[in-house]
Design a binder for this molecule. Structure first.
Ligand code: ADP
Ligand code: MG
Length: 257
């Protein structure tokens, strides 16, 4: 399997607070990795460092074998134009979908392709419809977001990210703000993407998704990878006290026997 994302000795501090304390992580093409961890353990910061919404304090990020940034005198330098290009190669979906309320679903999915990738509107429309079809919402193309359920809005946000043809998708607690009965449809869409071979890094508290869909689970604790392994082994038989406590706190999401 070929490596798609590699994070090496990544550190991130905000002032005196060290949030990430040397993360090493390799994600191969086609792999789905789930990142678990308590609130404040650094999960979002790690995703944000991977697509350079945050600049790492130390360490390296490689995409497709190529280091992001250039090293000058032992320190990494990042050019904003390069980072803009990099961000187009990494799709990200957040807890809050942030669709433009004054635009239709189709216009929302087209927007970034036109303004960021410079696609013409015919091409952008065609790509948008392919992705809306993929998430099962082609028939909602002309609706405004206010007419959609939260689950549907989140699937539009996923289609919008996919329409940029990213090499990898990052999901940051994309079901956390949804009513419980809407969580399933979004997880189903994510599962379908994983089955289709999309490379994905998912922060989620949905242990069932981790158990059934992830190839690998990482447990982040206080800014370090505390445990990692195959989901069926790790989730049923964590090796550390800390991860056991974390999983006990999720007793509501019982694992299948
Ligand atoms: P998680 O996603 O696991 O809940 P985060 O990565 O959001 O954790 O946050 C980890 C820690 O970093 C928290 O203590 C949070 O307050 C802090 N933090 C995150 N972003 C910033 C920021 N921009 N400035 C200062 N502190 C931050
Ligand atoms: Mg977070």
């Amino acid at each position: 399997m070929s490596e798609l994302v590699r994070v090496e000795k990544l550190h991130k501090s905000f002032g005196r607070l060290e949030v990430l304390k040397g993360i090493d992580l390799t994600v191969n093409a086609g792999e789905t990795v789930v990142l678990l961890g308590s609130s404040g353990s650094g999960k979002s910061t790690l995703l944000r460092c991977i697509n350079f919404m945050e600049t790492p304090t130390k360490g390296r990020v490689y995409l497709n074998g190529e280091a992001v940034g250039t090293e000058v005198g032992g320190k990494m330098r990042y050019k904003e134009t390069d980072l803009c290009k990099l961000r187009t190669r990494i799709g990200m979906v957040f807890q809050h979908f942030n669709l433009f309320p004054h635009m239709t679903v189709l216009q929302n999915v087209m927007e970034g392709q036109i303004t960021v990738l410079g696609r013409g509107s015919d091409e952008a429309k065609e790509k948008s419809m392919v992705q809306l079809e993929r998430v099962g919402l082609a028939e909602k193309a002309e609706e405004f977001p206010s007419r959609l359920s939260g689950g549907q809005k989140q699937r539009v946000a996923i289609a919008r990210a996919l329409a940029m043809d990213p090499e990898v998708m990052l999901f940051d607690e994309v079901t956390s703000a949804l009513d419980p009965e809407l969580v399933g449809e979004v997880l189903k869409t994510m599962r379908q993407l994983a089955d289709e071979g999309m490379t994905m890094i998912c922060v989620t508290h949905e242990l069932g998704f981790a158990y059934h869909v992830a190839h690998r689970v990482l447990f982040l604790n206080e800014g370090a990878i505390h445990e990692e392994g195959e989901p069926q082994k790790l989730l049923k038989n964590p090796q550390t006290q800390r991860m056991r406590e974390f999983l006990d706190g999720h007793a509501l999401f019982k694992l299948p026997e």
